[in-house]
Design a protein around this ligand. Structure first.
Ligand code: MN
Length: 326
């Protein structure tokens, strides 16, 4: 998916919120329209003004369920990150400049490493006209930011015990672990809690954790999270408590990872280390895209690639840190 929110980096963020590390930081989503009036709308909780990362998770878009919408994102670039696609419903056709052509399907995780530079397109297939899922980005640490392109695919088993149904996309949870490899320690899992269920789970104290509520209501360590919000707890906890207080199932995405303490500049679909990095990446994509990013074969839409928008005039893009911008 492409970030079309061109002006996100020029907001004044002087009024950053503070929160007590003993409590859950609740991040409300903002609505972002991916293209024209009939395009897919997403709810974005990361990055937010008050928090940039949960572990190395740096971008959380949540969409649907929607009927009769389509996603058609022409070839666009990425640098310095990995994309993680996870669907609850629907089907998306992925093509990238690493030569990968894959279908993204519910219950199957696809992790694409941009490394030094990649281009890809994403188009929902007409066979399934419902779309419901998340697109997540993982920031690559400085030592790994120029990795070669890679695409990993994994179908996790469903773990079912005492009203808890889990699928581990990335990392380990209880007895389950994913073979998907990452550059920093991470956790990503889909969890369904049956009506009325409370789950106490062992947590890695070195990880911070986020709970994105997809369906229903969940109490996260006693703090009520409604559908679509992200609740975050800082590192230092050896267990987490999740309760579904309602009479219907609740579904969440559980994200975790070691605190990511590097500063990065995120603009459009690029992650760099400085304003000048972004200026250079933008020019490379707009002027000679094949050289760094490669070519996406087989995309059949009317626009062969998304141009990077103009940079905000007269402003230096600022680095983001865990707790916002500096
Ligand atoms: Mn993308």
């Amino acid at each position: 998916m492409s970030n079309v929110e061109e002006r996100s980096e020029i907001l004044d963020c002087a009024a950053l919120g503070h929160h007590d590390p003993e409590t859950v930081q609740v991040i409300e989503p903002k609505d972002v329209n991916l293209g024209g009036d009939d395009a897919l709308r997403v709810r974005r909780t990361l990055p937010s003004l008050r928090r940039s990362f949960v572990g190395a998770w740096c971008f959380v878009d949540h969409y649907g369920p929607e009927q009769g919408v389509c996603m058609d994102v022409p070839p666009h670039p990425h640098t310095g990150l990995q994309t993680v696609s996870w669907l609850f419903e629907g089907e998306i056709e992925h093509r990238d400049s690493g030569g990968v052509h894959a279908l993204v399907r519910p219950g199957e995780v696809n992790l694409m490493t941009s490394g030094h530079g990649i281009a890809h397109s994403e188009v929902s297939t007409p066979e399934r006209d419902r779309l419901h899922g998340v697109q997540l980005w993982v920031v690559l640490p400085d030592a790994s930011k120029d990795l070669v392109r890679e695409f990993q695919h994994h179908v996790p088993d469903a773990l079912d015990a005492a009203g808890v149904h889990a699928k581990v996309l990335i990392g380990s949870l209880d007895a389950a672990s994913s073979p998907v490899h990452t550059q920093t320690p991470l956790l990503g899992a889909e969890i369904v809690l049956d009506a009325g269920v409370t789950w106490e789970l062992a947590a890695n104290p070195g990880f911070e954790h986020g709970v994105l509520v997809d369906t229903g209501v969940v109490d996260f360590d006693g703090v009520r999270l409604d559908n679509t919000v992200l609740g975050v707890r800082d590192a230092g906890l050896d267990h987490l408590r999740l309760t579904n207080p309602t009479g219907a199932p609740a579904r969440i995405m559980l994200l975790g990872g070691e605190p990511f303490d590097e500063g990065v500049v995120m603009w459009w679909n690029f992650i760099g280390r400085s304003h000048d990095d972004i200026v250079r990446l933008r020019a490379e994509w707009n002027e000679a895209p094949d050289d760094r990013f490669g070519r996406v074969a087989g995309y059949r839409g009317p626009i062969q690639r998304l141009e990077a928008p103009p940079l905000p005039a007269g402003l230096k893009l600022k680095r983001r840190f865990r707790r916002g911008r500096q």
